[in-house]
Design a protein around this ligand. Structure first.
Ligand code: AMP
Ligand code: MN
Ligand code: MN
Length: 317
């Protein structure tokens, strides 16, 4: 696919990503916006996303993200990044009314949702896919920084198995633009506020192991989130910490999103395909990192999830 050719003749372009946007989603949307604005200066380009965490505010264009999802005239082209159309949240209406839709993603669970689809499950991040689609000589410092943020967030700073030699080559080229990458990694990935650390400590302390310690689950309820005055954005990293525990093959982290409703995050080692587990509950993701939303009590959710996880763990033996 040629990004600029696909936009030929367009006057208004919209860009959207998934609900509860992460670093890859925010980086990809803002990188694409910068690229299109630079190369097609006469075209109006707008990004629609739920309000991302403030740690991403250094990315160019962050301040102009529209999180109010107003009524808009149909877009000539609407890009769906880092998800399929059903996870666009408030931006879904722009997808349905657009004259042309383009889906760029790397989720194995995404079967493609758009007139033009570029879904690469082997890519570590949507930002990597975008890097491949952009002309190298058209990158600049701000754009490089946006793509780099997406790459470090989805690869856990080059730690997860979705990191490839190509990931490192792209990252090497991106840091050659000279932005402060150690600061960016520290401020957007590792640094936590005191309250974020406290609630993480509590979630780790209250976690419960099952299947001989091969699975672990922890939950944070609404009341606890209110007590620490945190939102879901403050809970990032807890599930990874659970997965780091020796002997754990599958970590489950849940937080309450409503009455008898939980957002579930799953992380695994090479023993469990969590994208498959999540897909049974209408979610998806990648084989080592996936998510879904579930209804029912905490115990119902864990029972239902563990059935599918145990099946895979037992198959392995
Ligand atoms: P999370 O646990 O929310 O950080 O998500 C882990 C991975 O799974 C990310 O790549 C998400 O984009 C993806 N994911 C999370 N929830 C869903 C869902 N409901 N449907 C499809 N993919 C999801
Ligand atoms: Mn994402
Ligand atoms: Mn991603």
């Amino acid at each position: 696919m040629n990004l600029l050719q696909e936009c030929t003749g367009a006057k208004r372009i919209g860009i959207g990503g998934h609900v509860r946007p992460d670093g890859d989603c925010v980086g990809a949307c803002l990188a694409l916006e910068q690229y299109l604005k630079k190369e097609l200066p006469a075209v109006q380009v707008k990004v629609f996303l739920e309000r991302p965490a403030d740690i991403f505010s250094k990315i160019k264009g962050f301040g102009e993200i529209d999180s109010s999802f107003p009524e808009e005239e149909a877009f000539d082209v609407f890009f769906v990044l880092d998800c399929s159309w059903d996870r666009l949240g408030g931006a879904e209406k722009y997808f349905h009314s657009a004259a042309k839709t383009i889906n760029i993603d790397h989720h194995v669970s995404n079967t493609g949702s758009g007139d033009i689809c570029e879904i690469r499950p082997k890519a570590g991040s949507t930002c990597e896919v975008l890097y491949d689609l952009m002309e190298r000589d058209k990158l600049d410092r701000d754009l490089a920084m946006a793509l780099y943020i997406g790459i470090i967030h989805d690869t856990g700073v080059f730690q997860y198995s979705n990191t490839t030699p190509a990931t490192m080559e792209k990252a090497a080229h991106l840091i050659s633009f000279g932005f402060d990458f150690p600061g960016l990694i520290e401020e957007t990935f590792y640094q936590k506020t005191y309250l974020q650390t406290q609630i993480m400590g509590r979630a780790l302390m209250e976690s419960v192991r099952f299947m001989d310690g091969r699975c672990i689950v922890s939950v944070v309820d609404r009341k606890t989130m209110d007590f620490y005055d945190v939102t879901h954005k403050d809970l990032d990293g807890i599930v990874n910490q659970l997965r780091n525990i020796k002997g754990v093959d599958c970590a489950i982290f849940m937080y309450e999103t409503g009455v008898l409703e939980y957002k579930v995050s799953l992380r695994s080692t090479d023993k469990v395909d969590v994208a498959r587990v999540a897909s049974y509950f209408g979610g998806g993701g990648h084989i080592r990192a996936a998510g879904c939303t579930m209804k029912g009590t905490f115990h119902d959710c864990v029972n239902n999830l563990s059935l599918h996880i145990e099946r895979q763990l037992l198959e392995e033996v």
